[in-house]
Design a protein around this ligand. Structure first.
Ligand code: CFN
Ligand code: HCA
Length: 529
């Protein structure tokens, strides 16, 4: 019986039926790797997912450093989305920087009964008195939606009263089925109230935005370092180490490079529709992936000098890390991994693991949609203004089902003759037959799959890290990188390889024995004395 069947057979028939649809044994020969994703979790099943508010406030808005972000809600929610994610940012002299502060209305029972708008206004007054910010965000938590406080009206009041920008985000935790709904809400409001307001012209035509890069453990800094070394101008980063001023100018860039597609595809697509900024999916996690992304960008700009410079930088960066990577590869080759992260990272990190000779046995997302698993069909299309740019870019169809892949005419004709069937994104094509994709992996399934698949390493978040380690399997966090990073780009690949080599080879695994292996931890009698 397959590992998947063995896990599923523990369930009641109702849960079996539900969870079966979220597990796929990969078979890339028959292209029938359909999975159910982005739907409600079975109540009580101990899912590792987060909420809409976490996706909006914690993930997309959290890293913006010069906005005072007031959470309208209980202090627990406020603290959670402030102190846990590792988006790094540098203070720039003479600019606002509020990331070290946790702003909260600290809602109490009386506010729930009598309404919390007054308290929210008070919080804004206080923030204005103490910090004089030029931008304030208000983020709702569950109770706000339930009692009906109008945060948008309060935001309009603050704008008139203080002449500042104040944006409200109705991202109550219960909206949608996971963090994913919150990404969408944050994206929509940034598009509506921030992007497009700037008039800073880029200095050169080689101007780019990096979308879906939150600078966890310094990843964004490594990506920017490489791009700047080649000669690109980074107009804005959404939203790692970012400022409102930079985000306002995103529409001025010539290309958006999308690192995490899941959390920001809405902005990439809206920037294209509204301002004609093309975008391409990149990935700076993994050495080969980084090289491919840099070449794709060079192809987009189609400038001989930049193309040559790209190759020079790639060669030099490889030269600097080659020996280290070879050493770590010799230690890690043949090891086996399981990855369970929120969205795109469960795919991206497989590519870095491939660079090190590590095979992925199982990968899953907390809240990925079907296209992150299966990919989305692309249609080769002749670029309408072919002479402006010789590009490969992707745009979304109104029905959101398919993407156009814009190419020069000859290329489109060639692909059509070959009956080209292309897929954009999707991790299944990068996974081996017989491995597993599991959506919304829960606590029970985590334990069971670890027992059955016996991976050498389980990449996780904080909620599942110790489930793995207590069963004697190393776990490294792919959300926070524990206390390490960056893991992106060339230098990041070496950091990552070093960290997992240290973890796997630490003698600690041989020195510990879980107490329940020798002594029962639960003793009781049934119906007895
Ligand atoms: S930094 Fe990103 S890469 S934004 Fe997203 S989907 Fe989360 S916070 Mo945790 S680590 Fe994770 Fe991704 Fe994009 Fe991070 S895999 S769950 S919402 N994520
Ligand atoms: C979130 C944020 C999170 C949580 C990480 C974890 C992050 O989804 O609310 O569970 O370890 O990366 O900080 O994904």
């Amino acid at each position: 019986m397959s590992a998947k069947e063995q896990v599923l057979e523990n369930y009641s028939s109702r849960v079996y039926k539900n969870r079966k649809e979220h597990m796929v044994e990969v078979n890339n020969n028959d292209n029938n790797n359909m999975i159910t994703a982005n739907v409600r979790a079975v109540p009580g099943i101990m899912t590792h997912r987060g909420c809409c508010y976490a996706g909006c406030k914690g993930v997309v808005l959290g890293p913006i450093k010069d906005a005072v972000q007031i959470v309208h809600g209980p202090i627990g929610c406020s603290f959670y989305a402030w102190g846990t994610r590792r988006h790094k940012a540098k203070k720039v002299e003479d600019t606002d920087h509020y990331l070290q502060y946790c702003f909260s209305t600290d809602m109490q029972e009386a506010d729930i009964v009598f309404g919390g708008e007054k308290k929210l206004k008070k919080a804004i007054e206080e923030a204005m008195d103490i910090f004089h910010p030029s931008t304030i965000f208000i983020c709702s938590t569950c109770p706000v939606g339930l009692i009906g406080d109008d945060i948008h009206a309060v935001a309009r009041w603050a704008e008139t009263e203080y002449g500042i920008k104040c944006i409200a985000f109705s991202c109550e935790g219960y909206k949608g089925v996971s963090q994913s709904a919150g990404h969408h809400i944050a994206n929509n409001q940034l598009m509506r109230f921030v992007i497009g307001e700037g008039d800073r012209e880029p200095k050169s035509k080689f101007s780019v935005n990096i979308l879906g890069e939150y600078n966890i453990g310094g990843d964004g800094w490594e990506t920017e370092r490489i791009l700047k070394r080649i000669g690109y101008e980074v107009v804005s980063v959404f939203t790692g180490d970012s400022s409102i001023e930079d985000l306002k100018n995103a529409h001025k860039a010539n290309l958006s490079i999308v690192q995490c597609h899941r959390s920001i595809n809405y902005i990439a697509e809206m920037l294209e529709t509204k301002y004609g900024v093309s975008w391409l999916k990149g990935n700076f996690v993994g050495v080969e992936a980084t090289i491919k992304t840099l070449r794709d960008i060079a192809k987009f700009f189609n400038d001989p000098e930049m193309t040559a410079r790209t190759e020079d930088v790639i060669a030099d960066e490889i030269n600097l890390i080659e020996d280290d990577m070879e050493y770590y590869k010799s230690k890690l080759k043949g090891k086996k991994a399981v990855l369970y992260v929120g969205g795109s990272r469960a795919h991206h990190y497989q590519l870095l693991l491939n660079d090190l000779g590590i095979t992925t046995l199982l990968a899953g997302y907390e809240f990925g949609h079907r296209d992150e698993y299966e990919g989305r069909e692309v249609i080769p299309t002749i670029k309408p203004d072919a002479d402006s740019k010789n590009i490969e870019s992707i745009t979304v169809e109104p029905d959101q089902e398919k993407y156009h892949l814009y190419l020069p005419e000859e290329e489109v004709n060639r692909l059509k003759e070959e009956n080209f069937l292309g897929y954009y994104g999707g991790m299944v094509k990068d996974m081996k037959d017989g491995t597993y994709m599991v959506d919304d992996l829960n606590h029970f399934e985590t334990e069971e799959f670890i027992r059955l698949l016996k991976p050498d390493i389980f990449f996780s978040g904080i909620k599942d890290k110790f489930v793995a380690q207590k069963s004697g399997v190393l776990s490294r966090q792919l959300h926070s990188y524990d206390y390490s990073g960056p893991y992106a780009g060339f230098r990041g690949a070496v950091n990552f390889a070093r960290d997992i080599t240290m973890g796997i080879y630490t003698p600690a695994w041989g020195l510990t024995k879980a107490p329940w292996k020798t002594t029962p931890t639960l003793v009781g009698t049934l119906g007895g004395e």
